[in-house]
Design a protein. Structure first.
Length: 115
């Protein structure tokens, strides 16, 4: 299955709600072992907020190795690749290292409490 990300995000892949929309479409297919293509052609701007929701949370239930085999990413700029790689590295650490997850969750709770 091929997904044209521009159809979900427009030229800006930045919003968490767009990330959730993509996640909701691809997670069931990936969980079923299907292969997918994510085409980022025509998307010009990327943000971690989008990738955290769209891709990072996949690592909660699926291995990075499986995702690397099941997902083909095309049409993405080098900036987009760098942001995606960083998000996936951080997400993998978050979901596999309980002490890191506790530290991140604690920092977020402190931030929210002080806003």
């Amino acid at each position: 299955m091929r997904y044209e990300i521009y159809e979900i995000t427009g030229q800006y892949a930045i919003a968490p709600n767009s990330g959730q929309e993509l996640y909701d479409q691809i997670f069931p297919r990936l969980s079923a072992g299907e292969n997918i293509e994510l085409d980022f052609s025509k998307v010009n701007i990327f943000a971690t907020a989008f990738f955290n929701v769209a891709m990072g949370q996949l690592l909660k239930d699926l291995s990075r190795s499986d995702l690397n085999h099941q997902i083909k990413i095309t049409g993405i700029s080098s900036d987009g690749q760098n942001i995606l790689r960083r998000v996936m590295d951080n997400s993998e650490r978050y979901y596999t290292q309980p002490s890191y997850r506790q530290a991140v969750d604690g920092a977020i709770e402190d931030y929210v409490a002080n806003c």
